[in-house]
Ligand binder design. Structure first.
Ligand code: P6P
Length: 335
C-alpha cells in the first residue's frame, strides 16, 4: 500500500511481494535506475554552468545531432546497469545495436533486459527546458545463461514487466509502474532520497489540453487535422488549450496530472511518425494504461504492435481515455 512521503526504498521493499516475479532482482534494477537518475540529474541541473551542453559534433543512429548530455546520460545508465550485474541486455536510442551484458559468463543468470531513451527531449537542453529519461523492462525470452538475442528486445509492449520515466524539471521525479498502478517519487536533492509524492497516479478520463506540433499540420493525416479542428471549435468545454513542450516526458507528465492528449502522428515528412516504439511509446503506453489512460497509433493499441526492428517508429496518440477514443474516431472516419 502506498503511503505518501515514504521513500522509494521503503516503497520497493513493501511492494516487492505484490510483484509476481518477486525475486528482488527487479527491485535492484529499479534501484540502479534510481541511482543513475540521481547522477544524470546532477549534470542536467548544472548543464548551464559547465561546458557540458551543446552538441558534441557527432550524430546518433537516428541521425540526430547528439548533445553532450545525451552521450553522458547514455553512458551513465549503461555503466550503472552493467556494473551492478542485474540485466543481461540493454538497448538504447543512442546505440545502434543492443548490448549483451556479461554474455561470456554462463553463470549470468540475469533475466531482465532494459530499453532506454537516456535523454528524451534533448533539443531542449540548451534552452533550459525540462527533459527526461524513459525506460522499459522485460524478462528475456531466450535461455538464461546464454547471450541475449534480438528477439529478447523485439517483444510486444504488453510483455513489459516495468516501465517509467525520470523528468528533470523544476523538480526531479521518478514515475514508474510494475503493472500495479503508477506512482511518482520526487527527489529531495539535499539528501538524495526520492519520496512518494504522487501515489496511484491516474489520467482524468477527460481533459482539455492537446499536445501536438501544429507546425506540421499541413503534413498530418486528414483524421488528425479534423481532430485538431475539433479541439479548436467553440462548443461545450472547447476550445481546448494547446500545450506542447517538445519533450514527450514533460507533456505526458503534465497531461497525466491535468488530463490531456499527446499526439505525434505519421505525416508526409515522417511516414511512421517520429517516436520510437520500443523505448518511448511502449513504456509510456504501459504507464498510460496503468493510469486509466489509453495509447494507440490511431488504430491499434500501442502495446499490441509486433516490433520488427530495434529503432522502429510508430505514430503515437496517448493520454486521457475519452480524448484518445475521440481522436481514433476521426482517424477511422477518414481511413
Ligand atoms: P518535434 C524529442 O526529440 C521527441 O522525441 C519528444 O520528446 C518530443 O515530444 C518530440 O520529439 C518533439 O518533436 O518534431 O515536435 O520537435
Amino acid at each position: 500500500m502506498a503511503r505518501k512521503n515514504q521513500t522509494l526504498g521503503e516503497f520497493i521493499i513493501e511492494n516487492q511481494t505484490s510483484f509476481k516475479y518477486t525475486s528482488g532482482e527487479l527491485s535492484r534494477l529499479i534501484n540502479s535506475i534510481r541511482l543513475a537518475a540521481k547522477v544524470v540529474n546532477h549534470e542536467v541541473n548544472k548543464a548551464g554552468l559547465v561546458d557540458i551542453i551543446g552538441a558534441v559534433g557527432g550524430t546518433n543512429i537516428q541521425g540526430e545531432k547528439q548533445q553532450k548530455l545525451d552521450v553522458y546520460a547514455n553512458e551513465k545508465f549503461i555503466h550503472t546497469l552493467t556494473n551492478r550485474n542485474i540485466v543481461c541486455g540493454i538497448a538504447s536510442e543512442e546505440e545502434e545495436d543492443f548490448i549483451a551484458v556479461n554474455s561470456q559468463d554462463e553463470n549470468n543468470q540475469n533475466k531482465y533486459i532494459v530499453l532506454i531513451d537516456p535523454l528524451d527531449g534533448s533539443s531542449n537542453i540548451d534552452v533550459n527546458v525540462s527533459v527526461g529519461t524513459i525506460f522499459s523492462i522485460y524478462r528475456r525470452v531466450t535461455p538464461v545463461g546464454t547471450p541475449v538475442q534480438i528477439e529478447d528486445f523485439l517483444q510486444k509492449g504488453n510483455k513489459q514487466v516495468a516501465a517509467g520515466y525520470i523528468i528533470y524539471g523544476t523538480s526531479t521525479m521518478l514515475v514508474y509502474t510494475t503493472g500495479d498502478g503508477v506512482n511518482g517519487f520526487t527527489l529531495n536533492p539535499a539528501i538524495g532520497s526520492y519520496y512518494l509524492s504522487h501515489p496511484n497516479m491516474k489520467f482524468p478520463e477527460n481533459g482539455t489540453i492537446y499536445s501536438v506540433n501544429e507546425g506540421n499540420y499541413i503534413h498530418f493525416p486528414q483524421g488528425i487535422k479534423d481532430y485538431i479542428k475539433y479541439c479548436q471549435e467553440e462548443k461545450g468545454n472547447r476550445p481546448y488549450t494547446s500545450r506542447y513542450i517538445g519533450s514527450l516526458v514533460s507533456d505526458f507528465h503534465r497531461n497525466i496530472i491535468k488530463g490531456g492528449i499527446y499526439i505525434y502522428p505519421k505525416s508526409s515528412k515522417n511516414s511512421n511518425g517520429k517516436l520510437r516504439l520500443l523505448y518511448e511509446c511502449n513504456p509510456m503506453a504501459f504507464l498510460a494504461e496503468q493510469a486509466n489512460g489509453k495509447a494507440s497509433d490511431g488504430f491499434t493499441r500501442i502495446m499490441d504492435i509486433d516490433p520488427v526492428e530495434l529503432h522502429q517508429r510508430v505514430p503515437f496518440i496517448c493520454g486521457s481515455k475519452n480524448m484518445v477514443c475521440k481522436a481514433e474516431e476521426f482517424m477511422r472516419a477518414t481511413k
